[in-house]
Write a protein that binds this ligand. Sequence first.
Ligand SMILES: Cc1cc2nc3c(=O)[nH]c(=O)nc-3n(C[C@H](O)[C@H](O)[C@H](O)COP(=O)(O)OP(=O)(O)OC[C@H]3O[C@@H](n4cnc5c(N)ncnc54)[C@H](O)[C@@H]3O)c2cc1C
Length: 496
Amino acid sequence: MTLLGGGPAGASAAYHLAKYSAASGASFNITIIERESRIGGRSTTVNAHDDPRFPVELGASIFVKVNRILVDATEDFNLSSFGIKSANAQAPGPELAVWDGERFVFVQYSGSTWWNIAKMLWRYGLAPMRTINLMKSIVAKFLKMYDEPVFPFESLTQAAQDVGLLDVTTSTGEQYLKDHSVSGDFAHDIVQASTRVNYGQNLKYIDALTSNVCMATEGAMSIEGGNWQIFDNMVSASNSRKLLNTEVKNVERQKDGSYVLGFDAAYGKASDSLTHQSFDSVIMAAPYQFANVTFKNALQHIPDSIPYVKLHVTLFTSPHLPSPAFFNLPPDQSVAKTVLTTLPKDEEPGKGSKSCGSPGFFSISRLDTIANPTNGQTEYTYKIFSPKPIDHRFLSKLLGIKHDDESATVTADEKDVTWVYRKVWHSYPYEYPRVTFEEIKLDDGFYYTSGMESFISTMETSALAGKNVARLLHDQWKMSKVEFTPQPWDFTTRIG
Ligand SMILES: Cc1cc2nc3c(=O)[nH]c(=O)nc-3n(C[C@H](O)[C@H](O)[C@H](O)COP(=O)(O)OP(=O)(O)OC[C@H]3O[C@@H](n4cnc5c(N)ncnc54)[C@H](O)[C@@H]3O)c2cc1C
C-alpha cells in the first residue's frame, strides 16, 4: 500500500492503518512518498534568525480541545502543548483587536480565549451567546463523524447528511447567522474577523459550517517546537517506509487492479529518471490539482479543480513595536498583540482574491519576545497574513520607522527588521456553500483524502480523512480475508 503525501492526512492514514493492523493481525506494508524533505505538509516551522531556539509556525498553527485525533496523539507521543496566551505574555498591549482599515471596532485587553464572552455581552447583547450555542450544536454534530454508525464513511456527502450538517454547508455564514438571529455588529466585527484570519474569506461568501468552526476556539493550543511533530511521530510509529524528497509523477492502473507509480527520487534536482513500483492500493493524501500527477488510465472519479486561497505569510523580527500612528491611534496607546481585520461598514465584501478589501491584510500577530542571537537586544517575532506580498515599505510604515531623507523611498533596513521570511501558500479552499463533496474512493483500491478540505480544512479534519480511509482499507482487507478463508459450510458442501 502506498501513500502519496506525508501531511496530516497521509501521516494519520499510516498511523491508524498500523494501529488497526496491530489489533487485527493484518499486515500492511506501507510506503509514504513525500516530495518535501520533511513530514508535515502545510504544518511546518521555520526558525527565526535560523536559530532552533525560535521556531515559528509557517503554516497551520493552532488546533483546539475538540480535535480528538490531534489531542490524543499529543498525549500518546508525550508532546508539550501551550495555549495562545502564554506564547506572548510578556509583550505589551491589549491581547487582541479588530481593525476595519480606519479604526479599531473591537479591543480585548485580556482573557483566556481570544474572544471573551463576558466582556462582549454588554456590547453585542445576546449575539455572542447565540453564536456559541450554534457553534456547539454544529460541533456536536460534526463529532458524530468519528464514531459508528457514521464512521467509517465511504461518502463524505452521505456522512454530512447523516450527521445533519448539509443545511449548514449549503448556507453562507451570513445567512445562517441571520436565520438564527445573529446579525449586525457581532457578525460583522467578530465572526467575520475570525473567518478572515482563519480562511481569508468574508462572511457573505464562506459557508456556515466553516464560519461556525472558526468560532470554536476553546482550548486553542500549539505544540512546543512545531505542530509537525505530531505527524512526524505518527509516521515513525507506523513503521512505514518513508521516501522523502520524492515526487510521484505518474500512476498507471494495471489489469490486475494494482497501481504502478512512477516517482522521481531526486525531487527538485535536475534529473528525469523515474523509479517505478507496483502497489496493490494507493491513498492520495494531497489536493489532486496541486499534486502534479499524470494518470495513464483515467480513474473512475477525477476530483474537480477548486479555487484555493493564495495566502502570503510574512514572518519577521524587529526591536520595534507596531506604530500607533499606523492604526490611527494616539502615540501613547499600544497596538494589540493580535490585530485581526474586518471591513468598513460601508464597504461591500469582496469574493475570492478580492476578499481582503481596504484593510490590506488579514492579520498581524506579535507572537513572541526573543533576544537577538547576535546582539542580545529584545525583539518581537511577527506574522502577517495578506493577499499580496508585504514589502519593506509596508513594514517601515507599520513599525513607524522614520528616515532622515523623507523624500527617499521608505525602506526598513537591517537594524529595524532583523530577519524576514516569506512564503506563499495555497492555504485552503475558498469554502463556498456546497451540497456535495468529492468521492473518497476514486477507483478500486484508490482512495482520496483531500475532498475533506471543501468540507472543513484543518489539520484535524485531514487527520480524520486519513483515519477514515485507513479504516476503509482495513475493513476491505477483513472482508477479503473472510471471502478467502474456508468456512465450515464449505466443508459441509464438500463432505456432502
Ligand atoms: C498559512 C496556513 C495556516 C493554517 N492554519 C491552520 C490552523 O491554524 N489550524 C489548522 O488546523 N489548519 C490550518 N491550516 C490548514 C492545514 O494546514 C491543512 O488543512 C492541512 O495541512 C491539510 O493536510 P493534508 O495532509 O490534507 O495536506 P498537506 O498538508 O498539503 O499535505 C500534503 C502533502 O503531500 C505532498 N505531495 C503533494 N503532491 C505530491 C506528489 N506528487 N508526490 C509526493 N508528495 C506530494 C506535499 O508535499 C505535502 O507534504 C493552515 C494552512 C496554512 C497554509
